[in-house]
Design a protein around this ligand. Structure first.
Ligand code: PFF
Length: 455
């Protein structure tokens, strides 16, 4: 007899797990950096439009494929009877997610180290020779990530934690961990928001984030907002397909996609309310808000100047750690589900099989920041190469193919049946969603893809 597929035990649990997958480093550091680089509030408006007009339909598409297919990203296509190699789209998504996992784990390891260093106080000990706070934290970051063994150790710890959660299983591992960690994440965010918005001079930051200058909106800004929305919502990499294969049949997909996207957007907004007032209040806006520099250099500078430095710093890196961990779990689950379903392995063996090559590849990514930094392919070190290929090329490609499949090749009635739970849920925005999936999303995402080549 066919074994029944694992399911999330509760509605709250499945939302927590899916939000946990979406909320990650993309919200905490990529979103503020993109907002800053693309003109502040104007970018925010375009971003919100992208999340709801394009993100939600594509998320619903993945959910429909995942739940109807009831399997991993490749198996889902096979179970839907997809012909002519459509399963390869699932394969592409799995490969993309695996490549992303290799460098995501490394950064997750860095956040773990910074959490510990905040607790122990070493992060704020003076660095000999550093003339400013900025110089101090920049030197500390450089020393840490290029060191070799220490970042490796942290990466392995994160791999170990992720592996453990995955082995424990969908309900007892992924769902339970998300149920505990997500409320903690939101709580810390709200506390930080309160603190940041009451800093002296916070209004300037709020104005930058909330008062749009429409002249800043152009084609490039729109494409960047779209790219950020897809990255942040974890689309095109098989995560949503895999997680929704664990959704019960009565889950309302459109409502779930809107809830998940709104919560992911809320986290990005809260991050904006935290970062911009804090950075402007301490006059640090010129010191780099891009990715690692923002969280590992500029924000420690802010904490160092606040009373209760260690507490705020530890709390912030705990937030980052939680966001990174729940995303790592979901990214890894894509391949675990693939091995489990395709090779008929137990969860334990499937998880181990995922982790072994991961140890090697994330070691290479970590070392590419230090001893292997001169080893370059196409002018990029291993870390940046994986990041560029997976995020800029494979993710948009994956989303395009998913939309084209659902819009043009999927079995007739599949989308409608999934969104209406076989006619039991009233469809309100189905026509618009279908039109977007068929026409608008593939064309716009293709433009994002092309624009990343031009850049
Ligand atoms: N959505 C998560 C984040 O924003 O960090 C996880 C993730 C998705 C990471 C897609 C990377 C990625 F390309």
């Amino acid at each position: 007899m066919k074994k029944e597929r694992n399911h999330f035990a509760s509605k709250v649990g499945l939302i927590a797990a899916t939000v946990g997958s979406a909320v990650g480093l993309g919200n905490v550091w990529r979103f503020p950096a993109e907002t800053q680089a693309n003109g502040g509030a104007a970018f925010l408006l375009v971003y919100i439009a992208c999340v709801f007009i394009l993100g939600v339909p594509v998320m619903v598409t993945e959910m429909a494929i995942g739940r109807a297919g009831g399997s991993d990203a490749v198996g889902a296509f096979k179970n839907l009877g997809a012909k002519r190699g459509w399963w390869a789209v699932g394969g592409l998504a799995i490969l993309a997610s695996y490549l992303i996992l290799c460098f995501y784990m490394v950064v997750a390891g860095w956040t773990f180290e910074y959490f510990w260093q905040s607790m122990s106080g070493t992060l704020y000990a003076p660095v000999p020779g550093a003339e400013s706070l900025n110089g101090q934290f920049a030197a500390r970051m450089k020393e840490f990530i290029t060191q070799g063994w220490n970042p490796l150790l942290n990466t392995y710890i994160m791999i170990g934690v992720t592996l453990t959660v995955l082995i424990v299983g969908v309900q007892k591992g992924i769902e339970r961990v998300s149920n505990v960690l997500m409320p903690i994440l939101f709580l810390i965010l709200v506390v930080f928001c309160g603190v940041s918005m009451t800093l002296p001079g916070a209004e300037e930051g709020m104005e930058f984030f909330l008062k749009p200058d429409f002249s800043k909106i152009n084609g490039g800004v729109i494409l960047n907002a779209l790219g950020q929305a897809f990255f942040s919502l974890s689309l095109g990499m098989g995560i949503i397909i895999t997680y929704s294969s664990y959704y019960p049949k009565d889950t309302k997909l459109t409502r779930t996609a809107i809830t998940v996207s709104s919560l992911d957007l809320l986290v990005a907004l809260l991050m904006g309310f935290i970062i911009f007032p804090a950075v402007m209040s301490f006059g640090l806006q010129g010191e780099g808000l891009e990715g690692p520099t923002l969280v590992f250099v500029t924000l420690p500078e802010v904490f160092a100047q606040m009373p209760g430095t260690a507490v705020w710093s530890a709390l912030f890196f705990l937030l980052l750690l939680v966001a990174a961990l729940t995303s790592c779990i979901s990214i890894a689950e894509v391949t675990v589900a693939f091995f489990q379903d395709r090779l008929k392995l137990s969860r334990r063996w499937a998880s181990c099989l995922v982790m072994l090559p991961l140890l090697i590849f994330s070691t290479l990514c970590s070392l590419s920041q230090g001893v292997l930094s001169d080893f370059k392919i196409l002018g990029l070190n291993i870390f940046d190469l994986l990041d560029t290929v997976a995020t800029n090329i494979m993710l948009p490609l994956g989303s395009i193919f998913l939309c084209v499949y659902m819009g043009w090749f999927a079995p007739k009635g599949l989308f409608r049946n999934e969104l209406s739970n076989n006619g039991t849920v009233k469809l309100r925005i189905y026509r618009a969603v279908y039109f977007i999936v068929r026409w608008i999303a593939p064309i716009l995402i293709a433009m994002v893809l092309v624009s990343s080549f031009i850049k």
